[in-house]
Design a protein around this ligand. Structure first.
Ligand SMILES: *Cc1c(COP(=O)(O)O)cnc(C)c1O
Length: 333
């Protein structure tokens, strides 16, 4: 692989880096009957990794065009987005402030230590305050003066963030080494899933929910898709098996959200998942993160075991990065 990285805040430079991201075919017995490939977006940049890079691209360009000198964002203590924003600020010349959910810890974890080293100012807020993160007066609520700062919501999941994921969809259409039937992606807020759903035509997109979110990912993704594609989706429903069955127009877009593979909820890492991750890494030699991509591939394994009759499906799984988070689970990074 050529040692490219995201070296300047420019659409073309970023797109060039995205076009260099390698695809890797998995040769192992883990996914019987499926031809599984991984797009290694964990490698798009050594520090600003995975889908967070795509979600930041247009936000950073917008911040610069507005003349903003400060980026403010928010997230949990192990947020990959916080890490990415802090790194991007250091690289592209923004000061950064991170509003972090929860009490100030006695010792900062490795993620927040990195963020601080990248120059990010950390502001810890109570969980009650943090719940208001999507309300317009959130920054006042936590005692910050927004002034001319540019605010990026949690996970970089706003319209500009999703446009970055759409760009990834186009890059995949142009660079895919074979024709894929399915695209698999891990869902936190669902913004990445939504961006793909609109950015990629002719490939079925399957999202694996990594948290117990009730219907919120489905609803949020549905709203984004409607906004981006100006399509009315009708209503969305879930069947008894926990597979979200898109109805009406959404099924034209061939989208599915799987809600049964969160392994207990966000950040939960039961032994069976740890065992699977170890097995995957031993056989495939691609490192996964414990929060998102381990659950993505675990779900894919369970589906392939179940859907034995669906032979010959060509699936592309997106490695959305997050490897820095391995340090929270004592996995070597
Ligand atoms: C944030 C993140 C996701 C989820 O992205 P959403 O757009 O919030 O659904 C998936 N994988 C990794 C590694 C992430 O850091």
């Amino acid at each position: 692989m050529s040692p490219r990285f995201w070296d300047c805040l420019d659409l073309q430079a970023f797109t060039d880096a995205a076009c260099e991201v390698p695809y890797q075919q998995i040769k192992s017995g883990l996914f019987p009957g499926f031809d599984v490939w991984v797009r290694r977006d964990d490698l798009i940049d050594p520090i600003i990794s995975g889908n967070k890079a795509y979600k930041l691209l247009f936000n950073l360009i917008e911040a610069r065009d507005r003349g903003a000198e400060i980026l403010i964002t928010c997230g949990g203590a192990w947020s990959n987005h916080i890490h990415a924003v802090a790194a991007a600020g250091a690289r592209f010349g923004f000061r950064t402030v991170g509003v972090i959910r929860g009490e100030i810890p006695a010792i900062l974890n490795a993620n927040l230590q990195d963020a601080q080293r990248f120059g990010m100012k950390l502001k810890f807020v109570t969980r009650t305050q943090y719940r208001k993160r999507n309300q317009p007066d959130f920054l006042h609520e936590v005692g910050l003066e927004p002034g001319s700062a540019y605010f990026i919501p949690e996970g970089g999941s706003n319209l500009l963030g999703i446009k970055g994921v759409q760009l990834l969809g186009k890059v995949i259409e142009e660079t895919a080494p074979v024709a894929f039937d399915q695209m698999w992606v891990a869902c936190g807020t669902g913004a990445t899933f939504a961006g793909f759903s609109v950015g990629i035509r002719n490939i079925s997109v399957i999202g694996v929910e990594i948290l117990k979110a009730g219907d919120s990912i489905l609803k949020d993704a549905g709203l984004w898709i409607e906004r981006l594609s100006a399509t009315r989706l009708g209503h969305l429903e879930k069947d008894k098996s926990g597979t979200r069955l898109p109805l009406d127009r959404l099924s034209d877009l061939r989208l599915r959200l799987l809600s049964q593979y969160h392994c207990g909820g966000y950040g939960k890492y039961p032994k069976a998942l740890a065992d699977f991750q170890r097995e995957f890494e031993d056989q495939v030699n691609i490192p996964l993160d414990p929060i998102y991509t381990s659950k993505l591939f675990n779900a894919l394994k369970k589906i392939t075991a179940k859907d034995g009759e669906q032979r010959g499906v060509r699936a592309l799984a997106l490695h959305t990065g997050g490897l820095q988070g391995r340090r929270g689970y004592c996995l070597k990074s």
